[in-house]
Design a protein around this ligand. Structure first.
Ligand SMILES: [Zn+2]
Ligand SMILES: [Zn+2]
Length: 269
């Protein structure tokens, strides 16, 4: 049954990849959720492996409570972020610095945090346009707030049946029985949960193929080569069971909801 007109018809309905809603394309157009060329894109996307997210699931900002939204708006005001405007790297970095200073005026971003910010900016600007769009920025900030304020159990409750099923299938595809290795867990986080592109898991997959997807900002290009050296060498032996896998990836599963090509929360490392 179409979520907009609540009529069931046999003509093809667009399923949302996240929730259980389905839509007529005519209804989406009528409500202004898709416009002009958008329709062709939606048709195409909804029928690929990646799928299409409806307007509820596409907007991560809707996951925030009224109080959390108020807090975010206040931060934007104090940091002089203008809503609905795109942000350049300079805007983004200035905001990050100011946000870090809130509550503790002496605190500044460490070099490592600044490099992390550069990687995140690049991930939010997949087409290398030198700026990030407001909805992508808002999604990213909403995720950070969720990550900061909500206990993991509460985040787990946000997952839909489809998301759990897909995560479970990924876990089983990568794993050996009831556990998967730390490296495989990280790989899933970097590739699949970033924007679940169809990818056949293979036992010969090496973690070295999982490079940053789109590092293009000026600040990140110089630091890129150092990333690996800075990473502590983690023992690869830790095995991850299903509950841990889901808990550790929940924020990245949520981050993969929007249709935009941007990566809204880049995993560290
Ligand atoms: Zn309809
Ligand atoms: Zn949906």
């Amino acid at each position: 049954m179409c979520d907009v007109c609540e009529v069931w018809t046999a003509e093809s309905l667009f399923p949302c990849r996240v929730c259980s809603r389905v839509f007529h394309d005519g209804c989406l157009r009528r409500m202004g959720y898709i416009q002009g060329d958008g329709a062709a894109e939606v048709t195409e996307m909804a029928h690929t492996e990646t799928g299409w997210s409806c307007h509820y699931c596409d907007n991560l900002n809707l996951l925030l409570t009224e109080e959390e939204m108020y807090s975010l708006t206040e931060t934007f005001q104090q940091c002089k972020v203008i809503p609905d405007c795109s942000l350049t790297w300079e805007d983004f970095l200035r905001y990050r610095h100011q946000a870090a200073k809130r509550g503790d005026s002496d605190r500044t971003l460490s070099q490592e945090q600044e490099e992390q910010a550069a990687r995140q900016f690049a991930a939010l600007d997949p087409d290398h346009r030198g700026h990030i769009e407001w909805p992508d920025f808002l999604s990213h900030e909403s995720l950070l707030l969720l990550q900061q304020l909500r206990p993991q159990n509460s985040l787990l409750r946000l997952l839909t049946v489809k998301e759990r099923e897909r995560a479970r299938a990924t876990f089983l595809a990568w794993g050996h029985g009831s556990t998967i290795s730390e490296a495989e867990c990280r790989h899933a986080r970097h590739s699949w949960f970033c924007k679940h592109l169809p990818e056949a898991p293979s036992s010969s997959v090496s973690i070295s193929h999982v490079g940053p997807i789109a590092d293009s900002s000026p600040a990140s290009s110089s630091s890129k080569s150092q990333d690996k050296a800075l990473l502590p060498t983690e023992p690869e032996s830790r095995s991850v069971d299903w509950p841990t896998f889901l808990r550790e990836n929940v924020i990245y599963i949520l981050a993969a909801r929007p249709n935009s090509a941007a990566i809204h929360l880049k995993p560290p490392g």
